[in-house]
Design a protein around this ligand. Structure first.
Ligand code: OSB
Ligand code: MG
Length: 380
C-alpha cells in the first residue's frame, strides 16, 4: 500500500564545475528541483525533477514542471491510496497530457518511498541485479578540437568506459576525428547531436561513418521518427534515439520503422520508472540495446538512474558520472564514486535510494520551497 501524505518542493542552485554546452544551449548553474515525499507513517524519501533551466532539450523547464506538479500532478497522488508505485503512472496520464519530467519526479518518488517503506534497496525493488554499473562520460561542446581531445584523454585515464562528445554543425567532423585519432580505433566513442541536424545533412553526417562510432545520438528532431528511419538507411553508424523516445509506444515506432538501433532511456524523459521498465522490456524482446542517459542530476536524481541502470538489459555504459564530475560537492552522502574500471557501485544493502541528503547544505542553497498536502483534509 502506498499513500503519499505530503510533498515538499524545493529549488536548489548548484553551480557546475564547468559549463556544459550542447547544440542548443549551455548550462553553468543547475537549478536542481528536489521533492521530498512523506507517507502518513513518518516514512519519507527524496526524488528529483530533471527538467532543465531552458526549453532547449525538451519543452519542459524547472518552472513549467514546478507549476504542473503543484497544480495537476501532486493532487493526483496526495491522499490517494495506491496498491503500489506500479499504478501511479497510469493515474498521472489519465487526461493529463505532457509534462513527463514533472510526472516522473512524483512517480519515481513513489517508487523510492515504497522501497524505503518496505526496507528494500531501490535497485532490488525494480528488479535490478547488478551491484555496479558501467559508466561513460558526456563531454560538452568545446571551443576547439584540442580542448575536446584533452578532456577525452583525461576521461579515459580516469577509467570511463565510453566517451560521448556533443556535436553541432561547425563542431562535428574535425572534433570527432581529433578525438578518435587521440584515443585509438577501439575505444567506445559516440557523438550526441541533440537534434542539431536536418535530413538534408545526411551526406555530411555520413562522414562520421569512418570513425567507428558505437552510435550517433539524436541527430534529427524529436518528432522526426520517419526521417530518422530514412537517415539510418543512409548511415552505417547506428542511430540511438534520446529526445524522440517519450514512451513505450515511441520505442515500438522506432523499432518498427528502423528509426534507430539503440535507445537511451532517461526515466525523466519518459515519465518515470513504469515507462522505463516497459521500454527496457520491449527493447530486450527486440534485441535493441539500451543504456541510461543523464540530465546533469544531483546525487538524488543519480540514485534513480543508477538503480535503473542495474537492470539486467542495460548493457551499454550509461551517462552516470560520479558526483565529482559535476560538482565541487554533491547534495548527498555518500557522494557517487567511480572506480578505476569505470564502474559506479549500486547501493544494494541500504534501503530506499541508498543516499542521504545533506540537509545543512540543501537548506543553505534553497532558493524556494513549498509544501503540498491533500486539498481536502479530513475534518474530525
Ligand atoms: O542529450 O544526453 C543528453 C545533459 C542535458 C541535456 C541533455 C543531455 C545531457 C547529457 C548529460 O548528455 C549527461 C550527464 O548527465 O552526464
Ligand atoms: Mg542525448
Amino acid at each position: 500500500m502506498l499513500l503519499v501524505d505530503r510533498i515538499t518542493l524545493r529549488e536548489v542552485r548548484l553551480p557546475l564545475k564547468e559549463p556544459f554546452r550542447i547544440s542548443s544551449g549551455v548550462v553553468t548553474e543547475r537549478r536542481i528541483f528536489l521533492l521530498e515525499l512523506h507517507d502518513a507513517g513518518g516514512i519519507s524519501t527524496w526524488s528529483e525533477c530533471v527538467a532543465g533551466e531552458q526549453p532547449n532539450y525538451t519543452a519542459e523547464t524547472i518552472d513549467t514542471a514546478w507549476y504542473a506538479i503543484e497544480k495537476w500532478i501532486a493532487p493526483r497522488v496526495l491522499g490517494v491510496r495506491f496498491d503500489g508505485p506500479e499504478g501511479v503512472h497510469t493515474e498521472l496520464n489519465r487526461d493529463l497530457r505532457g509534462h513527463p519530467m514533472a510526472k516522473a519526479a512524483v512517480e519515481m518518488g513513489c517508487w523510492g518511498l515504497a522501497a524505503t517503506a518496505e526496507g528494500i534497496p531501490l535497485s532490488k525493488r525494480i528488479g535490478g541485479t547488478r551491484d555496479r554499473v558501467a559508466t561513460g562520460i558526456s563531454l560538452g561542446i568545446q571551443a576547439n578540437p584540442d580542448a575536446l581531445v584533452q578532456r577525452a584523454t583525461a576521461a579515459l585515464a580516469q577509467g570511463y568506459r565510453k566517451i560521448k562528445v556533443k556535436i553541432a554543425p561547425g563542431s562535428d567532423i574535425a572534433f570527432v576525428r581529433a578525438v578518435r585519432d587521440a584515443l585509438g580505433h577501439d575505444i567506445h566513442l559516440m557523438a550526441d547531436a541533440n537534434s542539431a541536424y536536418r535530413l538534408s545533412d545526411a551526406d555530411h553526417l555520413a562522414q562520421l561513418d569512418e570513425f567507428n562510432l558505437i552510435m550517433i545520438e539524436q541527430p534529427l528532431g524529436a518528432d522526426d521518427i520517419r526521417q530518422h528511419a530514412e537517415l539510418q538507411r543512409r548511415l552505417r553508424t547506428p542511430i540511438c534515439l534520446d529526445e524522440s523516445i517519450t514512451s513505450v509506444d515511441r520505442a515500438r515506432d522506432m523499432i518498427a520503422l528502423g528509426s534507430g538501433r539503440i535507445i537511451n532511456i532517461k526515466p525523466g524523459r519518459v515519465g518515470g520508472y513504469a515507462a522505463s521498465l516497459a521500454i527496457h522490456d520491449v527493447c530486450q524482446q527486440s534485441g535493441i540495446p539500451v543504456w541510461c542517459g543523464g540530465m546533469l542530476e544531483s546525487g538524488v536524481g543519480r540514485a534513480y538512474n543508477v538503480a535503473l541502470a542495474s537492470l539486467p538489459y542495460f548493457t551499454l555504459p550509461g551517462d552516470l558520472s560520479p558526483s565529482a564530475r559535476y560538482w565541487e560537492r554533491d547534495l548527498v552522502a555518500p557522494e557517487w564514486t567511480m572506480d578505476a574500471d569505470g564502474m559506479v557501485p549500486v547501493p544494494r544493502s541500504r534501503p530506499g535510494i541508498g543516499v542521504t541528503v545533506d540537509m545543512d547544505r540543501v537548506n543553505a542553497l534553497t532558493a524556494r520551497i513549498t509544501t503540498l498536502a491533500p486539498a481536502m483534509q479530513a475534518v474530525a
